[in-house]
Ligand binder design. Structure first.
Ligand code: 2AM
Length: 177
């Protein structure tokens, strides 16, 4: 069994933009999320059996096969909020106008997980990029404006290592031709 989740991938340039902005605008005693771990969760799955993983991957293969006749464009994400999940102590970047097709994607993946008996949280989907953990409060200078580009999503394995958690993409599906 593996601890898995689906997430939108951030490209290296955007990860660098976020970490640079964080360095320049915030100085917190909280724990910064490693640049390579930055992502936007679509559906958290938790512990998943190999057969369930296989079925989920086959479902995505069918849904997101490249179709050259249907050109698709990348998605722009305008991160304009810095906010805090108080209970989880997670400081995150959010965006007011998240693309509807990506919300639909999150719903689709979550429904698919439920069909396989994987429990999903009933609260509303709240797309975000966690940039600090163990954050106690929202910094005063909480304005941000970061334009990010989304081309794909992946099934990630959340793996504990001596250097902290590592998010390993197991398979990636393109949202762009
Ligand atoms: P976070 O960014 O807000 O911490 C891997 O754990 C990813 O799944 C994290 O990005 C985490 O969100 C997200 N996630 C959502 N629900 C979770 C849960 N119940 N437990 C752990 N991670 C969860």
């Amino acid at each position: 069994m593996k601890r898995l989740f689906f997430a939108l991938d951030l490209n290296d340039t955007d990860k660098h933009t976020i970490t640079l902005w964080r360095e320049q605008h915030l100085s917190l005693t909280a724990k910064p999320v490693k640049s390579e771990n930055l992502h936007i969760t679509l559906a958290f799955l938790g512990m998943v059996e190999p057969e369930q993983q296989q079925t989920l991957m086959e479902f995505c293969d069918q849904q997101f096969l490249p179709q050259t006749s249907q050109p698709k464009k990348h998605f722009n994400i305008d991160c304009n909020q810095l906010a805090l999940f108080k209970k989880a102590k997670a400081l995150y970047l959010g965006c007011q106008h998240f693309p509807k097709p990506l919300i639909k994607l999150a719903t689709l993946l979550s429904q698919q997980a439920i069909e396989l008996g994987i429990i999903q949280e009933s609260r509303q989907y709240h797309p975000h990029i966690t940039i600090y953990r163990k954050a106690k409060s929202l910094p005063d200078n909480s304005k941000c404006q970061l334009d990010l580009t989304i081309n794909s999503f992946s099934l990630y394995h959340s793996k504990s290592t001596p250097d902290g958690v590592s998010y390993i993409p197991l398979k990636t599906w393109s949202l762009v031709q």
